[in-house]
Design a protein around this ligand. Structure first.
Ligand SMILES: Cc1cc2nc3c(=O)[nH]c(=O)nc-3n(C[C@H](O)[C@H](O)[C@H](O)COP(=O)(O)OP(=O)(O)OC[C@H]3O[C@@H](n4cnc5c(N)ncnc54)[C@H](O)[C@@H]3O)c2cc1C
Length: 464
């Protein structure tokens, strides 16, 4: 980028928030999947600054990649075409929490956990809980329509959005939705922006719906001899009219790999483990937990443990919460897919993915949000081994083909980004792609917003 142009961007945000030293550019080149070098990093503090940056970038045809906490697992945040990284971490104010209207208005750089804690301190609840919630930002959650373990009962980020403020590619400011819970005025632009992966606009303000905080919860941990028994239990619980907050699945490979590294006392002889949590009023929670426990004792599970209070419950979560840290330690590189299928198809997806991993010689463990069929096959890889990465690519294509055949989707929550772009045609046909590209063209005619990602026709190979 020309020095004269850098000077014009620097004038908008001031010298402290305009970064271009090699160290700064490197620090903003990564997400959790890939890397690509930006030419400039800008840290706006206001909507007006974002608008001025985009007006200039639009005029000059400079790529702009919006960036939250960069926890993307699919290379959505990687600036693959250079240009500007627009880092939203300084727009981090909680502007309003209304107990009367049960809503909060926040800037995009608010850490998800901070929003949880702030609203819970006044008896309210913001359910979406991506496992990255202690670092991810609300803006990133909206741009990816993030889900999480408790989304089985409560839904995903888009279910809690009332309205957005978005700066469009040409710098114009779009306001979507309202403060009302019901709103059918015109096209649903809030939902269009949600999950758009930074390709349609830069989110500068988010209004979220809140619900009353559940009074209490119980956690039940159960282990199974076979995958089918674990899967039957999922159907049994949901069939009994119980909608758990979470229904987390871990397979034997996960239990064994994590146990080998972390020595947590996990049941490595089990074919699968389910972590079930129910929440609500004390009386109903007690009753639901008893029904689940009875099912587990009646239907041949290997073992059942019940967390009777929050401390015991937290202990039961340890294997699930910190297990991925162990996996990161055990390999150079980890790719977590998020293929999602109807719950009846979970055994097929799990069995077939293990078969493919054995056939292609790739190390695999599987976790998942079993209640909503959102599986996380986690592949442990060496990114410097090109031949292994090529084998992995072939495996992924096969796995996604089976996922779609099962009536499922390539991504339940991590999005497409760079990583799943080569597989998009397995699920989205030519009409679907044409429609998406028409929307992109209408809102970003010069294609400056997050270029090189899922809608691009030109191939982009990521660095790592
Ligand atoms: C350990 C771990 C666990 C995870 N668990 C989950 C999980 O349970 N569920 C889940 O859904 N995801 C999960 N993820 C993936 C990731 O955390 C989510 O996608 C998250 O929502 C990304 O938020 P972020 O702030 O890090 O966004 P980033 O990674 O910075 O950005 C993600 C995308 O959003 C765009 N973007 C960011 N901010 C804005 C903005 N203000 N305006 C417009 N576009 C913007 C970016 O351009 C990019 O395309 C996990 C990741 C990790 C590392």
């Amino acid at each position: 980028m020309k020095r004269s142009l850098i000077r014009r961007f620097r004038k908008i945000v001031g010298p402290e928030r305009c970064l271009h030293s090699p160290e700064d550019l490197y620090a903003y080149s990564h997400d959790c999947y890939a890397r690509g070098n930006p030419e400039l990093v800008l840290l706006p503090r206001t909507r007006e600054e974002v608008s001025s940056i985009l007006k200039l970038a639009h005029k000059e045809g400079i790529p702009v990649t919006p960036r939250g906490a960069a926890t993307s697992l699919s290379g959505m945040t990687t600036p693959v075409r250079g240009g500007i990284v627009l880092a939203m971490n300084q727009m981090n104010r909680i502007l309003e929490v209304s107990t009367e209207d049960r809503l909060a208005v926040v800037e995009p750089g608010v850490v998800t956990l901070r929003l949880h804690q702030t609203v819970e301190s006044v008896g309210l609840f913001y359910p979406p809980d991506p496992a990255s919630y202690s670092i991810s930002f609300i803006g990133g959650n909206v741009a990816t329509n993030a889900g999480g373990p408790r989304c089985l009962k409560y839904g995903v980020t888009r279910d809690y959005l009332l309205g957005l403020e978005v700066v469009l590619a040409d710098g114009e400011v779009l306001r979507t939705g309202s403060r009302a819970v019901k709103d059918v005025t015109g096209y649903d632009l809030t939902r269009l922006m949600c999950g758009s992966e930074g390709t349609l606009g830069v989110i500068t303000q988010v209004t979220v719906r809140l619900i009353p905080k559940p009074e209490t919860k119980r956690t039940i941990l159960t282990t199974y001899r076979t995958l089918e028994e674990a899967s039957e239990m999922v159907s049994r619980i949901i069939g009994a009219g119980i909608l758990p907050t979470t229904l987390e699945f871990m397979d034997q490979a996960y239990l064994r790999t994590v146990e080998e590294i972390m020595h947590l006392g996990l049941p490595t002889e089990a074919a699968a483990m389910l972590l079930i949590e129910v929440d609500g009023f004390e009386e109903t929670v007690e009753r639901q937990a008893r029904i689940v426990e009875d099912f587990c004792r009646r239907f041949h599970v290997l073992d059942v443990a019940v967390g009777r209070d929050p401390e015991e419950s937290d202990r039961l979560w340890i294997g699930r919460r910190i297990g991925t840290v162990g996996l990161m330690r055990s390999s150079k590189f980890m790719i977590s897919h998020d293929a999602t299928v109807p719950t009846s198809q979970i055994p097929r997806l799990v069995t077939e993915t293990h078969r493919l991993a054995a056939e292609y010689g790739i190390k695999l463990v599987i976790l998942g949000h079993a209640g909503d069929g959102n599986m996380h096959p986690i592949f442990l890889l060496d990114p410097d081994n090109e031949e292994e990465m090529a084998r992995f690519h072939r495996l992924s294509r096969e796995m996604f083909r089976i996922t779609v055949e099962c009536g499922g989707t390539l991504s339940g929550e991590h999005g497409i980004g760079l990583e799943k772009r080569p597989f998009l045609n397995l699920q989205v046909d030519a009409v679907g792609m044409r429609t998406m590209r028409a929307i992109k063209k209408a809102l970003d005619p010069k294609g400056i917003l997050n270029p090189g990602k899922f809608l691009d026709e030109e191939p982009t190979s990521p660095g790592r």
